[in-house]
Design a protein around this ligand. Structure first.
Ligand code: BG6
Length: 363
């Protein structure tokens, strides 16, 4: 039941404020400005022994894991890295006792992710799951974890589970951070940011009509470039993935910093760029990159916190500002709507894109 929406995908996009509320429910501690996660099965002393975090998942779960890795590094100052579970399991990975492995999966049934968990466990490593489906194969195989409580996700392309995964990582990173050196004031800042997310997502969803008009216009091109720097980079990757999955428009994601090392050769009026430009310490660098694209007659659509100078962008989508560490989550929401409405404009099979399955349970 699409609940009055035309597709499950757009229904699930609109369910995100409620999904985030469920992921947060009962988990924020206003006294110690930290997060409580009952299912980790790791006490503070064990958590302090962790020197690295390795995050494993496939598709959008992997991109959410990339955002998660940044959150863990920024808030807890523990080196963290995400890798496609599908690659990890085939490369005879080195498993270390002081690394915490985290498997990410909406369905909890993705075979590549399950195989990666089994490989870690077989070699004596410790794995947590960040999983939506309670009691799923991956959840059962892990030593502990965090359930998303995002509710069932039907559309093949992940939206609310993606967002809830990033929120779950923010909770984990806050918890790790407060065990290490994140101050109470910093903890309070992140707690307040997390509480603000549902209403801020609602504000972004209210811009749907305008994003739909932009999507119909940009979908006329055969391809699009998505760029972002540091915190904006996983946003660009997931934005490109979403567009490819549901609209079949070719989308290439690049770090903005890498543009001049190759892909700038592709820039022309035929290949528009979606640029993720948050208002952070890298804003000036990002604006310079936009200038380089415009100098090659490239069209630019920005997603950020303010409208850039008209010489630097043809169109701009703005989102409310949260804390810099949590902004990537909000910047991802307009890109979901962009992909959805591009797919609608091109009359694609939105909820069941060709060649894809919701969960790939075979090798
Ligand atoms: C892919 C789906 O096959 O599996 C993606 O098409 C999804 O949408 C990925 O992100 C991972 O799925 P899960 O259930 O492990 O999060």
């Amino acid at each position: 039941d699409t609940g009055g929406h035309e597709h499950y995908l757009v229904k699930e996009i609109h369910e995100q404020p409620a999904a985030v509320e469920r992921t947060l429910r009962g988990r924020l501690d206003d006294r110690f400005h930290t997060a409580h996660l009952g299912g980790l099965n790791l006490d503070a002393r064990e958590l302090r022994e962790i020197r690295r975090v390795k995050i494993l998942g496939c598709g959008s779960a992997y991109y959410a894991g990339e955002m998660g890795a940044q959150l863990v590094e920024e808030l807890a100052r523990i080196p963290a890295h995400a890798e496609p579970a599908s690659e990890f399991r085939y490369r005879n990975p080195v498993i270390e006792a002081d690394t915490l492995y985290i498997a990410v999966s909406q369905s909890g049934e993705t075979y590549d992710t399950l195989a990666a968990v089994q490989e870690v466990k077989r070699k004596g490593g410790r794995v947590l799951g960040v999983v939506n489906t309670v009691g799923s194969a991956i959840a059962r195989a892990c030593d502990g974890g965090v359930y998303l409580h995002a509710g069932p996700e039907i559309s093949v392309a992940s939206t609310k589970a993606f967002t809830s995964t990033v929120v779950a990582f923010a909770l984990l990173a806050l918890h790790f951070g407060r065990i290490h050196d994140l101050s109470p004031a910093e903890g309070r800042r992140i707690c307040a940011g997390l509480k603000a997310l549902p209403d801020q997502i609602r504000e972004i969803l209210a811009q749907e009509q305008r994003i739909a008009e932009l999507a119909a216009e940009y979908a006329k091109h055969d391809g699009m470039m998505f760029i972002g720097r540091v915190r904006g980079w996983p946003v660009a990757r997931e934005g490109a993935q979403k567009l490819k999955e549901v609209s079949y428009v070719h989308a290439e994601a690049y770090p903005a910093s890498e543009l001049k090392h190759g892909p700038l050769a592709l820039i022309s009026p035929e290949l528009p760029t979606v640029a993720v430009v948050p208002d952070d310490e890298l804003l000036d660098k990002n604006l310079t990159t936009l200038g380089e694209i415009r100098a090659r007659s490239g069209r630019v659509l920005t997603v950020g916190h303010r409208v850039p100078d008209a010489r630097l962008a043809d169109h701009a989508i703005t989102v409310p500002k949260n804390e810099p560490e949590l902004d990537p989550l909000l910047l991802s929401i307009p890109l979901q709507l962009l992909a959805y409405h591009a797919a609608v404009a091109l009359e694609r099979d939105v909820d069941k894109p060709r060649n894809l399955a919701k969960s790939v349970t075979v090798e």
